[in-house]
Design a protein around this ligand. Structure first.
Ligand code: PHE
Length: 337
C-alpha cells in the first residue's frame, strides 16, 4: 500500500517556479511543467481511481485545491509580467512629438515659367486669349504666309534648322507662324498671345542660345491703328516693370508688318543711369498676311508684336548669361523659389 503522494510539496514547487519566472516564456514553461497534461499534478489527478478508496476523497480535494492555487498564481504572475513588458516597450519606443520634423524638399517654378505666367495674366486681363502652335513647323507657316517669300535671307540654312531630308519643314524660328495658324482657323476679330519655344542657329554666347522663348501677340479688328499697338505695349510694360516706364517706337523692317517698329522700354540700371532697352519687334499686320489667311484687308486691320521672354527674365532679375536659364543648376534655380 503506497503512501499518499506529497501534494503540498508539488504545490510549493509549482508556486516557486511561477514566482521565479522572469518573463512570459519562462512562465509558459513553468505552466507546462507543473500544470500540463504530463505534469506530476495532472498525472496524480488522473490516477485517483487507482488509489485506495479512503485516500481518493482527500487526495482529490487537495489536488484540485493545489491546481487552482497554481492557476491563480499563474494568472497573477502573467498579468504582472505583461504589464512589465508593455512598460519596457513603451519606454523603448517612446517618440518625442515635440522634436522638429525632417525638412521635405519642395520644388518651385522655373523663373521663365513664373514670368511667362505673369505675362499671360496681364494679357488675359486685357481680353486676349492664349494660343499655341507646333515647334516643328512648315516653311509655309513660318515664312511664306508671313510675306517672306523663298529666297529671303531668313530662309538661309545658316539661320534656320531644317528637318533632315526636307526643304519644307523646320524648327520654327519665331512664334509668328501661330498668327497664321490662328487666323486660318478663326474669323476676326482676334486678340491672341502665343508664348513658346523657338530655334535659331545663333552662335552660343552669353546672350544667345539656339533655343529660346518668344511671346507673340496680335490683334485683328476694325479700325486698329499704330496708336492701339503703342497703348497696348505701354500698358503691358508698365504692368510688368512699373508705372514709371515709357516706351519708344523706332522704324524698322519685318516682312509681315507694315509699318514695322522696334520697341524699347525706358530703363534705369543699378547705377542710376537711364536709357532705352530694346525688347520687341512689332508693327501693323501686312495686308499680304491677311490675304494669305483669307481675311479681307479692306475691312480688317491689326497689329502684331513679338518679344523675347528670356530677355525679359534676364532684365527683370539681373541675370547676365542666358545659358543659366537652361542648365538646370539648382544653385541658380533655388534663388527663384
Ligand atoms: N517675329 C519677329 C522676330 O522674331 C518679331 C515680330 C513679331 C515682329 C511680330 C513684328 C511682329 O524677330
Amino acid at each position: 500500500m503506497s503512501a499518499p503522494p506529497d501534494l503540498s510539496a508539488l504545490r510549493e514547487e509549482a508556486l516557486a517556479a511561477v514566482a521565479a519566472a522572469r518573463d512570459l516564456a519562462a512562465l509558459e514553461e513553468a505552466r507546462v511543467r507543473h500544470l500540463g497534461r504530463r505534469s506530476p499534478l495532472a498525472e496524480l489527478l488522473g490516477s485517483i481511481g487507482t488509489l485506495p478508496p479512503e485516500q481518493r476523497g482527500p487526495v482529490g480535494k487537495e489536488g484540485n485545491a493545489a491546481r487552482r492555487a497554481v492557476e491563480q498564481a499563474l494568472t497573477t504572475r502573467r498579468e504582472a509580467l505583461e504589464a512589465e513588458e508593455m512598460g519596457a516597450r513603451l519606454a523603448a519606443e517612446r517618440v518625442d512629438v515635440t522634436l522638429p520634423g525632417d525638412p521635405w524638399p519642395s520644388g518651385s517654378l522655373h523663373p521663365l515659367t513664373q514670368v511667362r505666367r505673369e505675362v499671360e495674366e496681364i494679357f488675359l486681363g486685357m481680353g486676349y486669349r492664349i494660343a499655341d502652335g507646333p515647334e516643328v513647323e512648315t516653311t509655309y507657316h513660318n515664312f511664306t504666309a508671313l510675306n517672306t517669300p523663298e529666297g529671303h535671307p531668313a530662309w538661309s540654312l545658316a539661320d534656320t534648322f531644317f528637318v533632315e531630308g526636307r526643304d519644307d519643314v523646320i524648327l520654327r524660328a519665331q512664334t509668328s507662324p501661330v498668327q497664321v495658324r490662328v487666323m486660318e482657323s478663326t474669323p476676326p476679330p482676334v486678340y491672341v498671345i502665343a508664348p513658346g519655344t523657338v530655334y535659331r542657329r545663333d552662335d552660343v554666347d552669353a546672350t544667345h542660345s539656339p533655343m529660346f522663348h518668344q511671346v507673340e501677340g496680335f490683334a485683328v479688328d476694325e479700325g486698329l491703328s499704330l496708336a492701339h499697338l503703342k497703348g497696348t505695349l505701354l500698358a503691358f510694360m508698365r504692368e510688368l516693370f512699373g508705372r514709371d516706364r515709357e516706351i519708344r517706337l523706332i522704324p524698322h523692317f519685318f516682312p509681315f508688318t507694315e509699318p514695322s517698329v522696334d520697341v524699347s522700354v525706358s530703363w534705369t540700371d543699378r547705377h542710376g543711369n537711364t536709357g532705352w532697352l530694346e525688347v520687341a519687334g512689332a508693327g501693323m499686320v501686312d495686308p499680304n498676311v491677311f490675304r494669305a489667311v483669307g481675311y479681307d484687308p479692306e475691312r480688317w486691320t491689326g497689329f502684331a508684336f513679338g518679344f523675347g521672354l528670356d530677355r525679359i527674365v534676364m532684365v527683370r532679375h539681373g541675370i547676365p548669361d542666358i545659358r543659366l536659364l537652361f542648365e538646370g543648376d539648382l544653385r541658380f534655380l533655388e534663388q527663384f523659389s
